[in-house]
Design a protein. Structure first.
Length: 170
């Protein structure tokens, strides 16, 4: 079973004159609900979850609210792969879209591919296994500005643990 988690601010590849998709940080729960076009699949007091597609990959889109104010969102990609290297391919595909929109990425861990254990490092065919067991993590970060002038950080990553891999934009 794949883990779903939400950590930081996110901006989508397709934003146009808004902070995130068609909404701005600070928008109300109802305003976001009215503007979002993906299929609503979960509605909670401080959370809206949608299903859709980004860059050709099925995804969940989660909006989070505090005091009826949108402040946080994530894409959690749903695609499964029998060959776990497929997660790396998906990561690279989405990374190209993010790089096109936001420019050069930075690497929060000093490098894009962070190895906890380098057992599989020399054999690319096993990198998916390294992801699944938690020995490899791929993370890039991008910077942008919100409509109110505040800085935003967009993190894109693929990581795993206990043979479960998560691919997210936060």
């Amino acid at each position: 079973m794949r883990k779903l988690f939400i950590v930081l601010f996110v901006t989508t590849v397709f934003a146009q004159n808004s902070d995130f998709r068609k909404v701005d940080f600070g928008d109300s729960y109802e305003s976001v609900k009215d503007k979002e076009t993906m299929k609503l699949v979960l509605e909670r007091e401080n959370t809206l979850m949608y299903e859709g597609n980004v860059g050709g990959i099925d995804t969940y889109l989660v909006y989070n609210f505090h005091n009826d104010s949108f402040y946080l969102s994530s894409y959690m990609f749903k695609k499964e792969h029998t060959n776990r290297n497929g997660f790396i391919d998906d990561y690279n595909s989405i990374k190209k879209l993010l790089k096109k929109k936001y420019g050069e990425e930075t690497f929060p861990f000093g490098k894009e591919y962070w190895w906890k254990n380098d057992l599989y490092q020399d054999d690319y065919e096993d990198w998916g296994v390294a992801l699944a067991v938690g020995d490899l993590q791929n993370t890039t970060s991008y910077s942008s500005k919100a409509q109110n002038g505040n800085d935003m950080e967009i993190r894109h990553g693929v990581t795993g643990s206990n043979y479960s891999i998560s691919h997210v934009i936060m």
